[in-house]
Design a protein. Sequence first.
Length: 372
Amino acid sequence: MSTDIVKAGGSLAIRPDQTTWTPEQAAVLQQSGISDDVTAAELSGFLHLCQKTQLDPFSRQIYLIGRKDKKVGRVVFTPQTGIDGYRVIAHRVIAASGESFGYEDTQWCDASGRWRDVWLSNEPPAAAKVTVLRNGHRFPAIALYREYVQTGWESKPIGLWGKMPASQLAKCAEALALRKAFPHDLAGVYTAEEMAQADNPGADERHLRAVQPGEADPWTTASPASEAATAGPPVEPHRPAQDIADEAEKASTKERFAQLWGLAKTGRLMEAPVKAADTGEIDELGQYLTRRAKAFAEPQTSLGGDEVTDAEVVAEGETEADRAERDLRAVAAKVGLTNLDEEFERSYGLPIAQAGAQQMRQMQAILTGSAA
């Protein structure tokens, strides 16, 4: 397989030292389906990824796919490539390093747990396994059919998943194995085969943890049936979530707020209804905590009670995390990123209030186009 990358020439060529998209490049990207919903951070991150992987978006080797995310209330764009893009990157790295590279035979598993090296059944396999060999080391990966299959509204496989399920599942397993073998080269971009399930109806609905028989689960919310049978207002504050919201109102340090945020995340309570102290209205806990987190970045603002203000904390000794957050918010304002808190949590899986200086500096580098 050739390790050459087909690159667009002329005004569309991406330079290694480029920090922003040129007007010509931006116009072509918009024509390719990237709408005005895309954020500056997503575009900056996409440029950095194109430079890092040396995949060309103008030759459709890598692209941004927008999907509606109910949690953030907008279309979120995710970089994607095909399995061929993964293979090209892997072969290019091996050609440069002089290492050995190969695969073991792909295997498929039926519902009984029996593995086969060829899939002949008309039924889709339950799993596929691909093992990548790099410089004498094995990197096996297994993809489960139920986790990756793309379905329609009737929960039936659609597209290539309906026509060639064994082939599609093998591509997902190969992508997982390649990402394990080449973590630095393939981090941040997923294959179209892996992400097809993200378009499944209800794919963005949350899933509560399983409860063992006889176990009381204070973290779950009432089912639709039980809610319909309950008299009173259609929405009521959820008590464990409300306790977290009440504590968040009184929190005066980032450490305490981070603890509360962690409780909400691990308890799967971010979408639970609570009475928000700032509006007096019923809101989702996650939305309220996001607004509350911004209070920690507002200078000269007391966080409640007899606690000290941010200005006093800085006067006593500003931490590296405080400086990193201040700089990050300044850069976000400069590039016009109005939903920094939501973008940061989506990228790193935790709020800015809980993050370290290194993560905030990394986000700042992405926004300024200076990420290495």
